[in-house]
Design a protein around this ligand. Structure first.
Ligand code: 3HC
Length: 285
């Protein structure tokens, strides 16, 4: 099935990044969030990214204007989703919220519309179970920052059919990213590997083994990671990291996935990383 129009639900960092990548590839995109200010913030972020690309000479002004023209921001779910060939949800990481969204979409969209979730590790099969089209539901997991990161994990739910998989794969390739196929499992492949590593770095820090700066220096210079694990935790969001780790711990039941107590404490204190201005480092607002 050829995808022309894509609806992205959630205009946060991930949703806006996905909308930008799609629009740059020529797709017509509707970007929906529940409040006008979230939609505006998402669109402003995309404009800033495009302006930066223009000022660096990586994109011409006409192309940037055409990209932004292809994205329609709205708070109206029906208007956003009813004529989309593909809906990608990037709403908050909460199974109940995601199920509610999928239930609503199932009423609004024709039976051939594909539903994708950008979840960082929740069950695609469970989300699909509330629709009458579980074979047309798939995971499309993008990485932060979306305009830069090349990978998309494609996750088959228990009932996802081959046609849906191939359509999603074609979209990933059209936006210039590389898909990997992953069977459904908590945290999929990347977060199952990455988040315990970052968690371990938090244990190392909380045990006073090295300073935050030295842990990050060690992993950038000693393991060739682009940024250190604590800087990465701040970038991903400490709340998101904790959520992924809790999911791994709950579903896989092994002590090695236990979130570092310091991570919990920081999240409770509102230290969420870049988005709150404070995490393992401080950020100018
Ligand atoms: N949006 C758009 N472009 C961005 C960007 C953003 N948010 N952040 C950086 N860039 C661009 C810059 O404009 C720059 O472009 P240029 O090469 O054309 O000038 C390029 O990326 C490099 O940026 P910088 O020189 O400012 O900084 P770095 O060299 O540190 O690169 C980075 C930034 C690419 C983000 C690098 O730090 C990196 O690779 N970090 C690790 C990212 C990572 O691991 N992401 C996965 C997180 S896990 C996840 O998302 C899963 C989720 O489910 C939890």
């Amino acid at each position: 099935m050829e995808i022309r129009k894509v609806c992205v639900l959630g205009a946060g960092i991930m949703g806006a990044g996905i909308a930008q990548a799609l629009a740059e590839a020529g797709y017509s995109v509707s970007l929906r969030d529940i409040e006008d200010r979230f939609v505006r913030a998402g669109l402003d972020g995309i404009k800033k990214n495009l302006d930066r690309a223009v000022s660096k000479g990586k994109m011409d002004r006409n192309t940037a204007d055409a990209v932004i023209q292809r994205i329609k921001g709205t708070v109206d779910l029906k208007q956003a989703a009813a004529d989309a060939d593909l809906v990608i949800e990037a709403v908050i990481e909460n199974m109940d919220v995601k199920k509610t969204v999928f239930r609503e979409l199932d009423e609004l969209c024709p039976p051939q519309t594909i539903f994708a979730s950008n979840t960082s590790g929740l069950s695609i099969t469970e989300m699909a179970s509330v629709t009458r089209r579980p074979q047309k539901v798939i995971g499309m997991h993008f990485f932060n920052p979306v305009p830069v990161m090349k990978l998309v994990e494609l996750i088959r739910g228990f009932l996802t059919d081959d046609e849906t998989f191939e359509s999603a794969k074609a979209v990933v390739e059209a936006v210039g990213k590389i898909p990997v196929e992953v069977k459904e499992a908590p945290g999929f492949a990347v977060n199952r590997i990455l988040c315990p590593m970052v968690n371990e770095a938090i244990f190392v820090y909380s045990e006073g083994i090295a300073s935050a700066e030295d842990i990050d220096r060690a992993m950038t210079l000693g393991a060739n990671h682009p940024i250190g694990p604590l800087a990465l935790a701040d970038m991903v969001g400490l709340d998101t990291l904790l959520f992924v780790l809790e999911g791994l711990h709950r579903e896989l039941g092994e002590a090695k996935y236990r979130p570092a107590p310091l991570l919990r404490k920081m999240v409770r204190a509102g230290y969420l990383g870049r988005k709150s201005g404070k995490g393992f480092y401080e950020y100018a607002k």
